[in-house]
Design a protein around this ligand. Structure first.
Ligand code: Z5A
Length: 210
C-alpha cells in the first residue's frame, strides 16, 4: 500500500503554518495516519542544511549553491523519512516541497527551469505529490502579515519584486498541472480560507475513502 503525499505551498505571509495545523487535524480526524514534516528539513541533516540556507551568515550565497543545498536536504529527507512513510501507508503532509524550488530558485533567483527539472528527476525519480494546496495571496497583503513575525531570515529580507516573481512562478505552475494543484484564495480572513481548504479535503477524502 502507498500512502498519500500532500504538500502545502504559499507565497510570503500566506498563512502556511497556520493552515498546516488545520489540514493535519482534519486528516487525523477522518482516520489518516499522518506524518507531518517540512522542507528544507525533516531529518537532523536536512534541518542543519535549512539553518545554512536561512542564516544571514551566508548572505550573498550563490544561487547554484542554494539550489544544490535544497536538493541535498531533499534527497536525505526523501530516503530517510518520506519514502518509508509512504511505503508504510502513511499520509505524508509536507510543508513545502519541490514546487518551492521552482518558485524560489527558479522564478525568484532566475535559475533555468530545466536545470531544476534535471535535479528533480535525479533526486525523486518519478515521485511527485498527489495533491498540492497552494495558498495564494497578493504580495502586499502577505508582506504586511509577515512583518508581525520574528526577525526576517535570508529569504524574508528580499525585495518585494522577488516575492512577486515567486507568486507568479507558483501561479504558472498551477496552470501546468491543474489536476495536482488546488489554489486557495488566502487573501480573505482565516475562517474563509479554511472553508476553502475543507472543501478540498472533503473531496480528497471522499475520493480516497480514508
Ligand atoms: N525554500 C526555498 O527557497 N526552496 C525550496 O525548495 C524550499 C524552501 C522547500 C523557509 O520556508 C524558506 O525556505 C522559505 C522558502 C525557502 N522562505 N521564505 N520566505 P518556510 O516555509 O519555513 O518559511 P515561510 O514561507 O516563512 O513559512 P511560514 O512560517 O509558514 O509563513 P506564513 O505563510 O507567513 O504563515 P503564518 O506564519 O501562518 O502566517 C503569517 C501571519 O499571518 C501570522 O501572523 C498569521 O496569524 C497571519 N495570518 C494567517 N492567515 C491569515 C489570514 N487569512 N488573515 C489574516 N492574517 C492571517
Amino acid at each position: 500500500m502507498t500512502g498519500l503525499f500532500i504538500t502545502l505551498e504559499g507565497s510570503e505571509g500566506a498563512g502556511k503554518s497556520t493552515n498546516l495545523k488545520y489540514i493535519y487535524d482534519y486528516l487525523v480526524r477522518v482516520g489518516h495516519q499522518v506524518l507531518q514534516t517540512r522542507e528544507p528539513g525533516g531529518t537532523p541533516l536536512s534541518e542543519s542544511i535549512r539553518e545554512l540556507l536561512l542564516s544571514h551568515d551566508y548572505d550573498g550565497m550563490d544561487s547554484d549553491t542554494e539550489l544544490l543545498l535544497v536538493f541535498a536536504a531533499r534527497a536525505e529527507h526523501l530516503k530517510k523519512v518520506i519514502i518509508p512513510a509512504l511505503k508504510a501507508g502513511q499520509t505524508v503532509l509536507c510543508d513545502r516541497f519541490t514546487d518551492a524550488t521552482y518558485a524560489y530558485q527558479g522564478a525568484g533567483r532566475g535559475i533555468d527551469e530545466q536545470r531544476i527539472a534535471d535535479l528533480e528527476t535525479w533526486v525523486q525519480g518519478s515521485l511527485r505529490p498527489d495533491l498540492t494546496v497552494f495558498l495564494d495571496v497578493p504580495v502586499e497583503i502577505g508582506m504586511k502579515r509577515a512583518t508581525n513575525r520574528s526577525a526576517p531570515d535570508r529569504f524574508e529580507k528580499e525585495q518585494l519584486s522577488f516575492f512577486d516573481r515567486i507568486r507568479q512562478g507558483y501561479l504558472q505552475q498551477t496552470l501546468k498541472e491543474p489536476d495536482r494543484y488546488r489554489v486557495i484564495d488566502a487573501s480573505v480572513d482565516l475562517a474563509a480560507v479554511q472553508v476553502q481548504i475543507k472543501s478540498v479535503l472533503d473531496q480528497l477524502t471522499d475520493n480516497n475513502q480514508h
